[in-house]
Design a protein around this ligand. Structure first.
Ligand SMILES: [Zn+2]
Ligand SMILES: [Zn+2]
Length: 675
């Protein structure tokens, strides 16, 4: 009699053992999916982790209902990778399984799979039309030098950082590297942050690699994702995958190179739900499993990566010259304190910025305006008594969206009607506070009624096509001004943008997070990098109330090194990454008071083991989401300490906590290396 240990798509840490019916014995393997009963009436599709002959020690062992395939759906390497994710990020294998396998990959029989594959091949054939011209453009002298240095660096370092200023033509270097690895018969994974996966880059790569390339994107339908996944399992997989963070979960058989573009991007970190993995770090582990090389590319390296390069753990290649002689833009600071006091402002715009926009429009040039908040206003306020509408389920004020005339909670997505009168004082007048992209667009239309505008934020880019349409329309100069959140910062190259306006740099600086300066530097340098035309220098207007601060000066002077050095001293003094590893422990419960006691209890237990490495519990800035109250405990662990031991202690304490009857309804989860 055989038994199978399986993982279920549930946040449960254990595997579950089922009996293998005799007719399945010869076909069942690790990595195959099976249909199993669970509890009294539930049915799940599970993944087999182990087939063995040891009868487990319980009375009733249920049999597997159905074996879905005889060829494993997850390869041995994938399963090992899942195990690493689950252990490192302290989440269940079920969580990893849910994230790794596209949802609808649930065909009922082999015939159906073959049939679907045939149809999918047709879809793919249409989507990636191939022609025989390979457009591998020659590299400039600076690019060629960087390319050679990367190849040399790979001889001694598995991982290398390519530190190249914005618009230095990193993509062309990637293309030449990809070509080299494909010619050696190796597979390449090219990771991009979520938002940057634009037609611009896709088309550029498709022109060179044709149907050898597959794209894996979160805005693809499930069927499209399944098609790519199936193709990677087949005998003729794509040799190049261009994708977002979840593409680290695709099957590979011969991975030779991983490229992580814009490696500093925080969107590489999955926030919710589990697994809360960092795709760059996970990709490094994946590459290591294949003995593959990894190239990390960026204009503004993350501290973790730059630190590793300085310590010679990673190779380091610099590229300081912009492509096609496009000069780095000049950055002009606009002191908002002064502009306001001298009344040299119209809405959110200083007179200097307005003049520059006017000149650009007269010259038929384009403008990008950056404001990192969507919606119309951050919140509305009763003009009479100061009442502010808040979400009923979360501890946040609601954002007003003018177009829909609704109030929206940006945490749970719940929408509310704008009240006709203030529920506190019954007055009917509300004031819009704060500045969202929608309001910026309204104001600019007031100032320049003849200019055409586009807005790019989460509200205008719900679908993949809407996002691409905005980019294409702006690239084709069908609009003069592009207004956007940080989406406009991501690796987009427009030829005709001469002016970039940063409307409020302070909002970024004042985030309550130890990374806020590093992030502000990344974001603003990237935004600024969007300005610049061929043979003509672009200009950036940076509006701030902190004109004299070090960080603003460092951004203006493009002084990455100065910013890095100053911030690293603080990181070291206060025990933050990259010197220490952070683990955030989140506790959630409906009852705020009870949660307070439980969080104190857990922190106490953690202190008994980790001592003063434990901070908190604290209420996070948003301390209630979807009716659940939240407490956070932070643990700072020395680098080099065994993550396995830490995890074992955490799991043991978690079990002690959850065993208590008083803790009923408590959930605990972890965020390892939080961003
Ligand atoms: Zn009121
Ligand atoms: Zn809410």
């Amino acid at each position: 009699m055989l038994f199978a240990d399986v993982i279920l798509p549930l946040p449960l840490h254990d595997t579950f053992t089922y009996e293998v019916p005799p007719e399945m014995e010869s076909d069942i393997k690790r990595g195959c999916r099976v249909v199993v009963p669970f509890g009294t009436k539930k049915i799940y599709t599970a993944i087999v982790m182990k087939v063995h002959g040891e009868r487990p020690d319980f009375d009733v062992i249920k049999p597997i209902k159905e074996l879905l395939e005889t060829t494993p759906i997850a390869t041995e390497k994938q399963l090992q990778f899942w195990e690493w994710i689950s252990k490192y990020y302290i989440c269940s294998m079920g969580d990893v399984y849910k994230a790794a396998i596209p949802g609808s990959l649930k065909p009922k029989d082999e015939q159906a799979i073959r049939e679907k594959n045939r149809r999918r091949k047709n879809i793919l054939g249409d989507a990636f039309l191939s022609d025989d011209i390979t457009c591998l453009s020659p590299l400039s002298e600076a690019q060629g030098k960087a390319y050679d240095e990367i190849c040399t660096s790979f001889e001694t370092h598995k991982t290398t950082l390519l530190h190249g200023v914005t618009s230095s033509g990193k993509t062309e270097i990637y293309i030449h590297l990809i070509d080299k690895y494909l010619k050696e018969g190796k597979q390449v994974l090219y990771l991009l942050p979520e938002i940057a996966l634009t037609t611009q880059i896709t088309e550029r790569l498709e022109r060179v690699f044709h149907d050898r390339m597959g794209v894996y994107h979160s805005k693809f339908t499930d069927a499209q994702r399944v098609a790519v996944y199936q193709k990677q399992l087949s005998d003729e997989p794509f040799q190049l995958i261009l994708g977002v963070r979840s593409s680290v979960f695709l099957p590979f058989n011969n991975l030779g190179l991983v490229i992580v573009d814009e490696e500093h991007e925080t969107s590489y970190k999955q926030q919710d739900p589990a697994p809360r993995y960092h795709a760059r770090n996970a990709a490094l582990v994946l590459a290591n499993m294949f003995g593959a090389h990894t190239l990390l590319g960026t204009a503004t390296p993350s501290f973790e990566v730059y630190h590793a390069a300085r310590k010679d753990r990673y190779g380091y290649v610099q590229l300081n010259q912009r492509y096609k002689d496009i000069q780095l833009p000049t950055i002009q600071i606009v002191d908002l304190k002064e502009a306001r006091s001298k009344r040299k402002m119209k809405g959110a715009f200083s007179f200097e910025l307005i003049d520059a926009i006017r000149e650009a429009l007269e010259n038929k040039e384009q403008v990008i305006l950056f404001q990192n908040r969507r919606g119309y206003s951050n919140f509305i306020e009763c003009k009479n008594c100061g009442w502010v509408p808040r979400c009923e389920h979360c501890d946040v004020s609601l954002t007003y969206h003018k177009k829909t005339d609704q109030l929206t909670c940006h945490y749970c997505g719940y929408t509310y009607k704008l009240p006709e009168k203030c529920p506190a004082c019954e007055e009917k007048h509300f004031a819009n506070k704060g500045l969202g992209t929608e309001k910026v667009e309204d104001q600019i239309k007031d100032i320049f009624p003849e200019a055409t505008t586009l807005r790019m934020d989460l509200d205008t880019t719900r679908s993949r096509t809407s996002y691409e349409n905005i980019i294409n329309e702006f690239a084709d100069h069908k609009a003069d001004i592009l207004i956007g959140t940080q989406m406009v910062t991501k690796g987009l190259d427009f030829d005709n943008v001469s002016i970039v306006g940063i409307l409020d740099a302070d909002h970024l600086l004042h985030q309550p997070d130890f990374r806020s300066y590093e992030r502000t530097f990344h974001t603003l340098s990237q935004v600024a990098g969007r300005a610049g035309r061929k043979h003509r220098q672009g200009k950036v207007f940076l509006q701030t109330r902190n004109a004299d601060s070090d960080i603003i000066q460092q951004i203006v002077n493009n002084d990455y090194w100065g910013m890095f050095f100053q911030q690293m001293t603080e990181r070291k003094d206060f025990h933050y990454p990259p010197f220490y590893r952070l683990i955030d422990v989140y506790l959630r419960h409906r009852d705020n008071q009870l949660l307070g006691h439980l969080a104190d209890d857990m922190a106490e237990r953690l202190r008994n083991v980790f001592g003063n490495r434990v901070l908190g519990p604290d209420c996070p800035p948003v301390s209630r989401i979807q009716s659940l109250y939240i407490r956070k405990i932070m643990i700072k662990i020395e680098h080099g300490a065994s993550i396995e031991k830490v995890r074992n202690v955490l799991t043991a304490i978690q079990n002690q906590m959850l065993e208590q009857t008083v803790a009923h309804g408590l959930t605990i989860h972890y965020d390892v290396d939080p961003m």
